[in-house]
Ligand binder design. Structure first.
Ligand code: FES
Length: 117
């Protein structure tokens, strides 16, 4: 029988937040499409630059991911620990996510990808 009393909150965290962004690029005309085909790369480049420029890198992990499974809604990114999925479409959207979510800890409602609706 285990006598473990630690909780998830007891585990030291490397980052305050961790972003996973889909870097999948499928060929043009592929039936599933891809985040890459929907313009993800320049958005993720900007996100990476904004994290560096805002001196957020110590608190915010930014990791390229493979397909997150909802290709038609892309480009997609997810931020933990909140578990919020965003579908940014423009550089302004990236800037708003950085300023509002990453710097001020508030949701960017209009960019949230909502499941099952
Ligand atoms: S290609 Fe990005 S979610 Fe599938």
């Amino acid at each position: 029988m285990s006598t473990q009393t630690a909780t998830f909150a007891d585990v030291p965290q490397l980052y305050k937040r961790h972003i996973f962004a889909c870097f999948t690029q499928r060929p043009a005309g592929h039936p599933r499409g891809s985040c890459g085909a929907q313009g993800a790369q320049p958005l993720w480049d900007r996100l990476g630059r904004q994290i560096e420029a805002g001196r957020l890198a110590a608190d915010v992990g930014f990791t390229p991911s493979g397909c997150l499974g909802f290709c038609g809604a892309g480009p997609l990114m997810v931020i933990y620990p909140e578990g919020v999925w965003y579908a940014p479409k423009s550089p302004d959207d990236i800037d708003e996510i950085v300023e509002t979510h990453l710097k001020n800890g508030r949701l960017v409602d209009r960019l949230v990808m909502v499941f099952g609706r």
